[in-house]
Design a protein around this ligand. Structure first.
Ligand SMILES: C[S@@+](CC[C@H](N)C(=O)[O-])C[C@H]1O[C@@H](n2cnc3c(N)ncnc32)[C@H](O)[C@@H]1O
Length: 212
């Protein structure tokens, strides 16, 4: 895939990001699934990571952040939807170590260079366009400390059909293309786990990459 332009990225961010307004029924339903997903799927995959300076990327209403809060010294939340970030600001207002930021949808500005030990992204990147995933991986190489890791739950659905018509609204991505993008960004792919989502076999992938 050739390099994209900021304008095209902005269009793709809007196309895949606009449905996630704060009143989307997803948020309430997903909250109820967090304990089981964390214990059965997520934490076993990331338990050896250094959580001290963690970013919850595409945080939604912060259900993952409630788990990360107990592990992180500093926790930053980014989402492209201002309404979701406002909900997180209220939810975590009693936690001075939590910072909530609206992002541009394809990079982690204003996170400083070489500052994070972990980028965490669950149940969100599965909807992002490939060029947006690639852009985030490039920026991950900027913001991660050496030895820092990015945990990314992404699509493994190869069809180039319209994302919202695909199973579970997955965008186009494969575990091999993701690994190519990570390596191109200078990140080491430590582990990938292809998984079923609901009854859809091998629809998703968990990837753990490291800044070397
Ligand atoms: C399905 S929700 C998942 C939220 C959260 N990760 C969770 O597990 O509850 C997808 C989230 O990604 C956010 N989002 C969509 N596109 C984004 C992008 N390009 N960059 C950052 N956030 C984005 C949406 O606003 C929404 O909050």
């Amino acid at each position: 895939m050739s390099d994209t332009t900021p304008e095209r990225l902005r269009q793709q961010v809007a196309d895949a990001g606009d449905p996630w307004q704060p009143d989307n029924v997803y948020f309430q339903r997903a909250e109820a699934r967090m304990d089981a997903q964390w214990a059965g799927l997520v934490y076993p995959f990331i338990r050896h990571c250094d959580f001290s300076d963690t970013l919850d990327l595409a945080c939604g209403h912060g259900r993952n952040s409630t788990k990360l809060l107990g592990l992180a010294t500093r926790l930053t939340l980014i989402d492209v939807q201002p309404g979701n970030i406002e909900i997180c600001r209220q939810r975590f207002r009693d936690h001075p170590n939590v910072t909530c930021l609206v992002g541009n949808g394809f990079g982690m500005q204003p996170i400083p260079d070489v500052s994070l030990t972990l980028i965490y992204c669950f149940d969100a990147m599965v909807h992002f366009y490939p060029e947006v995933v690639r852009s985030y991986l490039r920026d991950a190489a900027r913001v991660l400390q050496r030895g820092g890791r990015a945990f990314m739950h992404h699509s493994n659905y190869p069809q180039t059909t319209i994302w919202w018509s695909n199973p579970h609204s997955r965008n186009t991505m494969t575990h091999t293309l993701f690994a190519t993008y990570a390596e191109e960004a200078g990140l080491l792919v430590l582990q990938q786990k292809v998984l079923n989502w609901g009854s859809d076999v091998d629809l998703d992938c968990l990837s753990l990459v490291e800044k070397i």
